[in-house]
Ligand binder design. Structure first.
Ligand code: UN1
Length: 496
């Protein structure tokens, strides 16, 4: 395809520069196939330069008073607000989700900017009593150094802000490796950070794939922390490589999230929650609902209510009004999603609606997939166990709350769950026994707010959380300072 699309650069140590190799990679619009721009195909040399710039900037940035660091984030929040529409359009162009949702993506970034800006005047440690007289103790948070932020394409603004903003307010510097499918949104975010007054070198962006840029970050000894969101397979690779140099690693990976619908549920409400969390973002959220666990007594009724609504969802370009479901990110994902439809059929599940890519009419140039529902799914089937990351929903029938909870918990993931019931006792039981990191009562599985810890159990994570106060733990090292003002040697833990 001939194009006049622009060529963009990495931003390293305050300078825009291409990859040494001179090679670039096209950025495609998944709704049309059009090329939006060319981004550097970077490798180790660019990563090492970016880490060196971040390392040099760290020595000054860590000494900037935290409230001043926070003020820059407040300005970032203002700028994100001003540019919300432009950023939302950029995101829709390069990753496809509908404008309403890309606006929500920017909004999460705005919320995080204000939240972490406020942390500039908190960053609470502890002051607690000590055992000995004339002595004090405090625990304070220290920045760690250079943080590598490796981010996915499904939330091109929000997820980088969950990582960069707490890292920055705590006094760390950043090398940012955005997903290859969403470089433009990432570049705009970095431009906004500098427009807000960030000193040069504090954030550096390097474009390129995980196999070159990602691996170079894992191997660079001056990278202290890796914050990664992406597939469980890539996350495992990150953890294994980073372990060699004992880097701190925070992983946020896959999900196989379920909505449980009990026999006493408000079914109208449940249908809305399922539609939104299964087919919103074209199913490409780590929090997306990909299983419905339904009580046998209302199974037929729920299917009868759900199917016409699924069929009415309008596929199309996310920039157009009235579109409910945009394209999936790229041809590889489209093929993967469709392969799961084939797997589901082979496993004996019933394909009730959807199940095909769409190439007709104005959708011809894009990566579109019909919103899909399988029923008669058994909990052990691959379509009930593996993350599909597309608009494919598997319905599993159960006969009790206990069985629903077992099915809910029994995947290798543990991010988000939801239960629809009117019964307070069932709610309490679900709160106690469901093992995911997030649980919704009477709403779908998506929509986590930035002031709470975000993350999951089992194969979803490695024990860390993003966002909220918990998010700061990834980017700070505890330092405890004891001051003895007795003027004599006092021995702790020794009988005096
Ligand atoms: C993701 O899909 O990786 O809770 C993040 C939600 C959003 C974030 C999703 N706030 O659905």
């Amino acid at each position: 395809m001939t194009t006049t699309a622009n060529v963009y650069h990495n931003y390293i140590g305050g300078k825009w520069q291409g990859a040494e190799s001179g090679q670039t990679v096209p950025n495609y619009n998944p709704a049309t196939g059009e090329i939006l721009g060319y981004f550097p195909l970077s490798g180790e040399a660019e990563v090492n330069a970016a880490v060196a710039a971040a390392r040099a900037a760290f020595e000054k940035w860590r000494l900037v008073p935290a409230p001043k660091r926070g003020e820059i984030l407040f300005r970032v929040g203002e700028l994100l607000k001003q540019h919300k529409e432009e950023l939302a359009r950029t995101m829709t162009l390069e990753m496809g989700k509908i404008l309403k949702e890309t606006r929500g993506d920017v909004q999460e970034g705005i919320d995080m900017a204000y939240y972490m800006g406020g942390e500039g005047r908190r960053l609470f440690g502890h002051t607690v009593p000590v055992e000995l007289p004339d002595k004090s103790g405090i625990a304070m948070r220290d920045p760690i150094g250079v943080v590598a932020c490796i981010t996915p394409w499904n939330f091109p603004i929000a997820i980088p802000t969950w990582k960069m903003f707490p890292a920055l307010v705590a006094g760390n510097t950043v090398v940012f490796k955005p997903a290859s499918d969403t470089p433009m949104s990432a570049l705009r975010l970095v431009e906004i950070l500098y427009e807000a007054g960030l000193p040069e070198g504090v954030v550096n962006i390097v474009f390129g794939p995980g196999s070159t840029v990602g691996d170079a970050l894992l191997h660079n000894p001056d990278v202290a922390v890796i914050s990664f969101t992406g597939s469980t397979e890539s996350g495992r690779h990150v953890a294994m490589e980073a372990a060699k140099s004992l880097k701190r690693v925070s992983l946020e990976m896959g999900g196989k999230n379920a909505v449980i619908v009990m026999d006493d549920a408000d079914l109208n409400l449940a249908v809305e929650g399922i539609l939104w969390s299964a087919y919103g973002t074209t199913g490409q959220r780590c929090t997306a609902c990909s299983r419905v666990i339904v009580h046998s007594a209302i199974r037929k009724q729920l299917v009868d209510m759900l199917v016409p609504r699924i069929k009415r969802l309008r596929l199309g370009n996310g920039l157009n009004d009235g579109v409910d479901v945009g394209p999936v990110i790229n041809a590889t994902q489209l093929a993967k999603i469709h392969s799961y439809t084939e797997i589901g059929k082979d496993e004996g599940a019933t394909l009730v609606t959807g199940g095909s890519p769409v190439h007709e009419g104005e959708l011809a140039g894009g990566n579109f997939y019909q919103p899909t529902l399988f029923t008669d799914v058994r909990p052990h089937m691959r379509i009930a166990q593996e993350e599909i990351f597309g608009p494919v929903l598997s319905m599993i029938e159960v006969h009790s709350l206990e069985e629903a909870i077992v099915v809910n918990n029994n995947t290798k993931y543990g991010l988000s769950s939801a239960i629809y019931t009117q019964d307070i006792n069932r709610v309490q039981q679900a709160m106690r026994d469901i093992t995911t990191g997030i649980l919704y009562i009477n709403s779908g599985t998506t929509g986590a707010e930035i002031q709470f810890p975000f993350g999951g159990t089992h194969g979803t994570g490695n024990g860390h959380r993003e966002a909220g106060i918990a998010g700061l733990d990834v980017f700070t090292e505890w330092k405890v300072v004891y001051t003895d003002f007795s003027g004599r040697l006092q021995k702790a833990q020794i009988d005096q």
